[in-house]
Design a protein around this ligand. Structure first.
Ligand code: ATP
Ligand code: MG
Length: 259
């Protein structure tokens, strides 16, 4: 499903509470795959580590407007926070280290969990997709992403057991019950799938048994070109278009379009 043309983009938070499972890799390369097939996409880097920002070769300078200024209401001209990338049709709202302070600075502020939602409502016009890269912990930033997007895409390590992804379902359920929201996981994306690793096939089978249709078709294989692309500041589609990973992200983009 792409945007319905109402001016609202389809928003997806790439989240999950396990560190290093590939959130940033999925957010960056899915965004690029969607953009390069003509669906204008805005990627929001909501992690103070700013890995999505550096993976796209962007560095926010001291005077740049970033997602931090958007959340704190420090930038009146929101368009200043949106920058272009090497991938045509892919724009980025960068992050920076100062975002580490945002959770404390927003404590006690009214509607603090809806800051991203309010900012996106102002900048998303013209985009088909908004993809948000979340940090590993489940704090105010991830809560902002869930309330802004309503839809979560959760990378799951190809070698992990279902219990490793269970936590995010529980957390989203708790958020919905507590705040009367209806956020949901729209897809689980197996990542770093390596058939050579003993037990990998069984782990995927267990995920399939437990989550069935919740699993996307794409199995993102372990591919050294992905960290190389990130280090070079380019999405995989531009860095190594013929790689396994570039193919796997095309399949993921196909899936997202129909989900
Ligand atoms: N399919 C893959 N094949 C090879 N390397 C991968 C793959 N997916 C991710 N990686 C690498 O694994 C590392 C962790 O991935 P990534 O940064 O995307 O995870 P994350 O969940 O965003 O981590 P963090 O908790 O730090 O935010 C990175 O170096 C990334 O390049
Ligand atoms: Mg990350």
């Amino acid at each position: 499903m792409i945007s319905d043309g109402s001016g609202m983009a389809r928003r997806i938070a790439v989240t999950g509470i396990k560190g290093g499972c590939g959130r940033t890799t999925v957010a960056v390369n899915l965004s690029a795959a969607l953009a390069l097939r003509g669906h204008k996409t805005l990627l929001v880097d909501l992690d103070p580590k700013a890995d999505a920002t550096s993976s796209l070769g962007v560095e926010a300078g001291p005077d740049s407007a970033t997602v931090y200024e958007l959340l704190l209401g420090l930038e009146e001209n929101l368009a200043r926070a949106v920058v272009g990338t090497a991938a045509q049709g892919l724009h980025l709202i960068p992050s920076a280290m100062k975002l580490y302070g945002a959770e404390l600075e927003l404590a006690g502020e009214p509607e603090r969990a809806k800051r991203l939602l309010r900012a996106l409502e102002k900048v998303e016009k013209g985009y088909a997709f908004v993809i948000v890269d979340c940090p590993a912990n489940f704090g105010l930033l991830t809560l902002n992403a869930l309330l802004a997007c309503g839809q979560a895409l959760v990378p799951a390590l190809g070698s992990s057991l279902p219990s490793a992804v269970e936590g995010i379902f529980e957390l989203i359920g708790a958020v919905n019950a507590e705040l009367g929201e209806c956020a949901k996981v729209v897809g689980l994306t197996p990542n770093m799938v390596d058939k050579r690793i003993a037990g990998a096939a069984l782990a995927i089978k267990r995920l399939e048994e437990k989550y069935g249709k919740g699993l996307v078709r794409s199995r993102i294989r372990l591919d050294a070109r992905l960290p190389e692309a990130a280090a070079a500041g380019k999405p995989i589609q531009l860095f190594a278009p013929k790689s396994n990973a570039a193919y796997d992200f095309e399949v993921l983009a196909d899936d997202i379009m129909v989900m």
